[in-house]
Design a protein around this ligand. Structure first.
Ligand code: FE
Ligand code: FE
Ligand code: MG
Length: 161
């Protein structure tokens, strides 16, 4: 990272990079959970659920890219091996072994609630100490809050089916 850019960061940079890598692990697992979920999902409102799951998958992949860019800027090394996704994840991975809309929605809502907690924690840690990472964390947090809400709306819609 540029020297003046580094001066802006008033938290332990290594600790921050570790947190960003843990979030990166979450994003990849969330990406795959949504992506494969969209392929296997069955049940009521299937078509509109697929659209939403694919949209969220794309968002999670974009979040992964944002995290990697910031990790590199901070002078860190992003996760290089998929096996580390499982070692570093905060939120884990729920395989859609039961591909019903209901179960897939519940699994992904749980993941979003975990993601919301992760980005809230990062935002709180860097608030007033690293404005770049703060803005990134808040912008991802906005998406995760929307994701949770979208999925819970579909859950509500399903009650009327
Ligand atoms: Fe995400
Ligand atoms: Fe999300
Ligand atoms: Mg959505």
């Amino acid at each position: 990272m540029g020297t003046r850019g580094r001066e802006l960061v008033e938290v332990d940079v290594n600790e921050l990079i570790d947190l960003l890598n843990k979030a990166l692990a979450d994003e990849w697992l969330a990406y795959y959970q949504y992506w494969i979920g969209a392929k296997v999902v069955t049940g009521p409102l299937r078509e509109s659920v697929i659209v939403e799951l694919e949209e969220h998958a794309n968002d999670e992949l974009r979040h992964a890219g944002m995290l990697v860019d910031r990790i590199l800027q901070l002078g860190g090394t992003p996760i290089l091996k998929p096996e580390d996704w499982y070692k570093l994840t905060n939120c884990g991975y729920d395989a859609p072994e039961d591909p019903s809309v209901k179960k897939i929605l519940a699994q992904n809502i749980k993941g979003e609630q975990c993601a919301i907690a992760v980005y809230k924690k990062i935002a709180d840690m860097v608030k007033d100490k690293d404005v770049i990472t703060y803005n990134m964390a808040v912008s991802i947090l906005v998406d995760e809050v929307e994701h949770e809400d979208d999925l819970q709306q579909i859950e509500e819609d399903l009650k009327g089916v």
